[in-house]
Design a protein around this ligand. Structure first.
Ligand SMILES: Nc1ncnc2c1ncn2[C@@H]1O[C@H](COP(=O)(O)OP(=O)(O)OP(=O)(O)O)[C@@H](O)[C@H]1O
Ligand SMILES: [Mg+2]
Length: 249
């Protein structure tokens, strides 16, 4: 069996609200192991800390405890919980991709340029970056008459396709997906599933927050259930409740 690429051990995240002197529990004691070409579905109730888990791996959130081991392309292990900002900036360009829950974009930028931006940031020629963006938008069933319009006024499903294309445009060994198809109609959803399956087959490892059981069985090789906790005291005691299971065939 192939070695894991990502190993999360007892990951905790809490937020301290200074103004109210209150501790808000979020992700609690999550353990998981992810191999290349594997997709693990993250499930669990609203507020259980699923998005926070992905943000801790992406390191827009600093974990409160635990370890996030990444086996990098050169074979070296790095604990993302302790990585420097500079190391994270490099990894986000070279190894880790994130499709966030919602699209954040500038009001006057066209959908094509929003999608092409990560490649433009890497110094790829504008023509090539836009060609690649157009290719991805086509694959995701995005009508061509919208490519040159700014996505601020797009419908939820249109924005989600732009967001997916932007998150997938850079090659990544590890992809983090936060409810990537929640707003898509069945046809666009099937296009997204086909694209994600291709990336999986090419070796990309993925952690995806998925609510729809049909989507879990279409894409996932296993499930990590993130448990809800009702109070900060619970957060400290949930222990090993967050389990990883293999997907039934
Ligand atoms: N930046 C933040 N500051 C304070 N509390 C936060 C912050 N981000 C998340 N939380 C809290 O952490 C808890 C978990 O939030 P998170 O967004 O990770 O949940 P989730 O499992 O993704 O929920 P959903 O299924 O609704 O998307 C929530 O109680 C939320 O209010
Ligand atoms: Mg969430």
């Amino acid at each position: 069996m192939t070695d894991w690429m990502l190993k999360v051990e007892k990951l905790d995240k809490q937020f301290y609200l200074h103004a109210q002197q209150r501790l808000i529990p979020s992700t609690c004691a999550v353990d998981l192991e992810l191999r290349p070409s594997q997709l693990l579905a993250i499930t669990g109730p609203s507020g259980a800390g699923k998005s926070s888990l992905l943000k801790c791996i992406w390191r827009s959130y600093l974990p409160s405890g635990g370890r996030i081991w990444l086996r990098q392309a050169d074979g070296q292990l790095l604990d993302l919980a302790l990585a420097t900002e500079q190391q994270m900036l490099t990894l986000r360009r070279t190894e880790i991709g994130f499709v966030t829950q919602f699209l954040h974009c500038l009001p006057r930028k066209s959908a094509l340029d929003v999608v092409a931006q990560p490649l433009l940031d890497d110094g790829v020629a504008a023509r090539l970056a836009r060609d690649r963006a157009a290719e991805l938008l086509t694959r995701l069933n995005m009508p061509a008459h919208l490519w040159n319009v700014a996505p601020a006024t797009f419908s939820g499903g249109e924005q989600q396709r732009v967001n997916l294309a932007r998150g997938l445009i850079r090659p990544a060994r590890l992809l983090l997906l936060d409810e990537p198809t929640a707003s898509l109609d069945p046809l666009s959803r099937d296009c997204a599933i086909a694209l994600l399956r291709e990336r999986k087959a090419a070796g990309t490892a993925m952690l995806a927050i998925l609510h729809d059981p049909a989507l879990v069985s279409a894409l996932a090789d296993g499930t990590v259930r993130v448990q809800a906790h009702s109070s900060p005291a619970d957060a400290a005691q949930t222990g090993s409740a967050n389990t990883q299971e293999r997907q039934a065939a």
